[in-house]
Design a protein around this ligand. Structure first.
Ligand SMILES: [Zn+2]
Length: 167
């Protein structure tokens, strides 16, 4: 027992798991209706280290998607990429279809019940916007949720007073 290969495998598993674990909810770890935009952070489907900052402007529906370093998303080819679709999906989960539609001024008089319905009704064009503001808000948001450097699971109840004191 204990070949080199076994040890290597165990280490690589241990190395990967902590990075995934804290945000396993998080295809879209951050979404907000702010600054006249639906905007948020969407994790890359292929690279857990990479995130995209995606936004859709209210009214004009001008959209953008880039990495947090302002590198344009390769999925944007004149139409919203999969990250923007994911952002819309998550927004409708958190805020509800009608509220997102009202905020972005998407006409849903003919009925819309999902993020995909909203995406189909967008009529804007790609318009580059800086990612930095949204990304720094995302980092602040994270700083409330996580203890930096911790590899331990962080129980949600940690933030509430201990219930054991009642007895
Ligand atoms: Zn994208």
């Amino acid at each position: 027992m204990g070949t080199i290969e076994d040890g290597w495998e165990r280490r690589s598993v241990a190395r990967v798991l902590p990075a995934v674990q804290p945000r396993k909810l998080a295809k879209v770890p951050f979404v907000e209706l702010a600054d006249g935009r639906l905007q948020g952070v969407v994790s890359s489907g292929s690279d857990i280290e990479r995130v995209y900052v995606s936004s859709i402007a209210a009214g004009s529906h001008a959209f953008n998607c880039s990495t947090n370093n302002n590198r344009p998303c390769g999925g944007l080819r004149g139409a919203p990429c999969k990250h923007l679709h994911a952002l819309l999906d998550e927004a409708t989960v958190q805020y509800g279809v009608e509220r997102v539609a009202r905020y972005l001024r998407i006409d849903v008089a003919d009925g819309a019940s999902s993020g995909a319905d909203l995406a189909a009704r967008l009529n804007g064009a790609h318009q580059p916007t800086p990612a930095a503001v949204v990304f720094s808000r995302f980092l602040r948001h994270l700083s409330y949720l996580e203890v930096p450097g911790s590899t331990e699971p962080l129980p949600e109840l940690h933030w509430f007073p201990a219930t054991g004191t009642v007895g």
